[in-house]
Design a protein around this ligand. Structure first.
Ligand code: ADP
Ligand code: MG
Length: 702
């Protein structure tokens, strides 16, 4: 070996072992390290254990390692840890694999929708709660797991809540006390009979255990950052709760004197104020979504040249769900010397991921949340004030390593008006997904908190209208079962199935992929006109769906041509330039391409007919009408629209290509509420198609 190489190699080794030493030190200094033995003991003694601990105390990264070391993975069994957010599953798995000194995907791995980094040898598996629900459909006993840790249970997402109900049953089913092998009330009967022998009873939910298999009991750990463990404990029949002492330094809270009219602007001003007036320490800003984060990122970068010469520099790092995972990891890297790091995050950074180095928190006080009106059957995403407990979690992020400061961008009296805690998502969302998640009997399911009867009935009604349910409320054959196999919202699953009949599956696949990401176009405030002009070369007079397809195809053509001519790195650069020139969000488009590839895999497996309607977009629009008939709106004399299903008055969102044209009748995919109610992602349809293609609904209506 040439000597140059050898010396490089040993240098690398030194760095490597330094890093390893540092990680060992960090692990030892975590509050949780001193209670390892006691925690393992409690897990051995209790089948259900609730662990409450301050964010950053080491729950998510350490407990699975403790259990692995204590032998919970003997005989090839797996410890599963669920997270409500994919970002957390991915970044934590990376961190833990590094702590263990193994390559990601071997002993430690993650699995999230559309991205899997696990293998046969994975023993510590981080995943989203939604993914474990899907696994439970295929293997109702979750037989390969010895322990399941439901992390971030305080978030109370729909998936977490449903998961807890299902896990309760799995645990019952696997516990040796069920000696006769029956009497379990499983929710997911429809898929169980794939794996298991179904008892020939009167159509109830009772299942037999497979005859010859013996299951070891399943250990269940519910982890939460909030102090209120009582709800969980009661739900699991008085399960034991242990508290882990955290480390928290004092945080000074500042409020604004008056309410802020524009919290993005106020955030920007505060960032620069901190940067210029405060001592060292990184800044964490809580924004509501990708669009906001990217626009603040741009604004900061534009202002950077105006910073005084010689002052400390600013490094902006965003983190949100759709960010490619290599970029998500950037928030954890310390700022280079001479730089202050400003992290722009969604509520991911509240409790899910702990970012070191933060001393200042900016909290505008808002969060994007799902909201559902069962009367109208409409779900929408709205930006709402945080709860008190969220505000406290956010400010807590400033005091993890030393005393810090939190700037709440609202007056103190507003804080008192906030709700104490956030309402569980299951009480404010459309429940039509539950059937596909394995909840067979929604009305009878053992929820931690029951959703309203009205919401349940409305969601069943919707599934029925989509043709997914039989008159007896069972998944229909084949449509309902096919829909349940796709990891998508029921309406999108149905759209794909219909599209294969309308010979436009290729177009619908692209549409569904693009609708699954936040926004493909971006329009910076100061370049609105330029952005509009750029969009024109893709825009279709028929609406946004075809416009999106045009963008996707144009990017395909561009990539194909360039990838033949140049190297990967170069073509990546050119691709980003192309996106920038066209005011296209390259991250979103990349994410959409990823999703496209994955869904295509699913539909091919299902044997759907992957054909294209070519130039016959009429066919595609008819298919859109047939799929999204529940989201149709007609123009009113004064130029607003009336959503047919809900009767709500809505307006066309300014970002739509149909904003100026105002066609008579449209279907839409999204309702956003700000001061007004806006519909987004629209296509012009013919009113008569609705009665022709969705008679089950429109004949009923009038
Ligand atoms: P908890 O789950 O109790 O909130 P975690 O186990 O997530 O705590 O974090 C424990 C410690 O590990 C924290 O100090 C955090 O800063 C550190 N940590 C977690 N993930 C990473 C990462 N990807 N890179 C560097 N440090 C990390
Ligand atoms: Mg955690």
């Amino acid at each position: 070996m040439p000597s140059v190489h050898r010396s490089n190699f040993s240098n690398h080794q030194t760095q490597f072992s330094e890093r390893k030493q540092k990680i060992i030190q960090q692990r030892k200094s975590l509050p949780i390290a001193s209670v390892e033995k006691r925690l393992v003991e409690e897990v051995r003694k209790n089948d259900v254990l609730i662990i409450v601990g301050e964010t950053g105390s080491g729950k998510t990264t350490q407990i699975p390692q403790f259990l692995f070391d204590a032998g919970f993975c003997r005989d090839g069994r797996v410890i599963g840890i669920t997270q409500p957010r994919r970002v957390a599953a991915v970044t934590v798995a990376k961190r833990v694999s590094e702590e263990c000194g193994v390559e990601l995907g071997l002993k430690v791995g993650y699995s999230v929708r559309f991205d899997d980094a696990t293998s046969e040898s994975t023993r510590i598996k981080y995943m989203t709660d939604g993914l474990l629900l899907r696994e439970a459909l295929l293997d109702p006993y979750l037989s390969k797991y010895s322990v399941i840790i439901v992390d971030e249970a305080h978030e109370r997402t729909v998936h977490t809540d449903v998961l807890m109900g299902l896990l309760k049953n799995v645990q019952l089913a696997r516990s040796s006390s069920v000696s006769d092998g029956q009497g379990l009330n499983f929710g997911n009967k429809n898929v169980n009979n794939v794996m298991l022998e179904k008892e020939n009873d009167q159509g109830g939910n009772f299942l037999k255990k497979p005859r010859h298999e013996k299951f070891a009991p399943l250990k269940l750990i519910i982890m939460s950052a909030s102090l209120d463990a009582r709800t969980f404990s009661e739900y699991f029949g008085g399960a034991k709760a242990v508290h882990i002492q955290g480390r928290q330094f004092p945080v000074d809270i500042f409020y604004t004197r008056h309410p802020e009219t524009d919290y993005l602007d106020a955030s920007l001003i505060t960032i620069f104020q901190i940067h210029l007036e405060e001592g060292p320490g990184d800044v964490l800003v809580f924004l509501t979504g990708q669009e906001e984060i990217e626009s603040v990122e741009r604004l900061i970068n534009e202002k950077l040249p105006q910073l005084p010469q010689g002052s400390q520099k600013l490094l902006v790092v965003p983190i949100f769900a759709a960010l490619p995972s290599e970029q998500q990891m950037r928030v954890f890297a310390p700022a280079p010397s001479g730089f202050r790091k400003v992290i722009l995050a969604t509520n991911i950074a509240e409790t899910s991921v702990t970012i070191p180095g933060i001393k200042f928190v900016i909290d505008p006080g808002f969060v994007k949340a799902r909201s559902y009106d069962p009367g109208k059957g409409m779900e929408s995403l709205i930006i709402v004030p945080t709860s008190k407990s969220q505000a406290l979690q956010r400010s807590g992020r400033a005091g993890r390593e030393r005393p810090g400061k939190c700037f709440r961008l609202y007056p103190e009296k507003e804080f008192e008006k906030l709700e104490d805690s956030t309402m569980p998502e299951i009480k404010r969302c459309n429940l039509s997904n539950l059937k596909a998640l394995g909840v067979d009997d929604i009305l009878g399911f053992d929820f931690i908190e029951k959703p309203s009867r009205a919401a349940i009935i409305k969601s069943l009604e919707q599934l029925f209208l989509l043709g997914a349910l039989t008159d007896e409320c069972q998944l229909s054959d084949p449509v309902g079962h096919q829909m349940a196999r796709l990891p998508l919202d029921p309406v999108y699953s149905k759209a794909l199935i219909l599209a294969s009949q309308f010979n436009c599956l290729e177009e619908m696949l692209i549409t569904v992929a693009l609708l699954s990401v936040e926004s493909i176009f971006y329009s910076p405030r100061d370049k609105l006109e330029e952005a509009r002009t750029a969009m024109k070369c893709f825009s279709s007079p028929e609406g946004d769906h075809i416009t999106l397809i045009n963008v996707f195809r144009a990017s395909n053509d561009f990539l194909e041509k360039r990838s033949m001519e140049m190297s990967m790195a170069k073509s990546e650069k050119v691709y980003r330039k192309w996106c920038k020139e066209n005011f296209i969000n390259s991250r979103s488009l990349r994410h959409a391409r990823d999703i496209h590839r994955q869904i295509q895999g699913h539909v091919e497996q299902m044997g759907l007919n992957l054909s294209s309607c070519g130039d016959d977009m009429l066919q595609f629009r008819r298919c859109l009408a047939a799929s999204f008939f529940l989201n149709a709106a007609v123009k009113q004399p004064e130029g607003t629209y009336r959503a047919l299903a809900s009767g709500q008055v809505v307006q066309i969102h300014p970002s739509s290509v149909l904003f100026r044209q105002k066609p008579e009748c449209v279907i839409f995919n999204e309702l956003v509420q700000t001061n007004n109610k806006y519909v987004r992602n629209l296509t012009r349809v013919d009113y008569l198609w609705l009665t022709e293609l969705a008679p089950q609904y429109y004949a009923m209506q009038n």
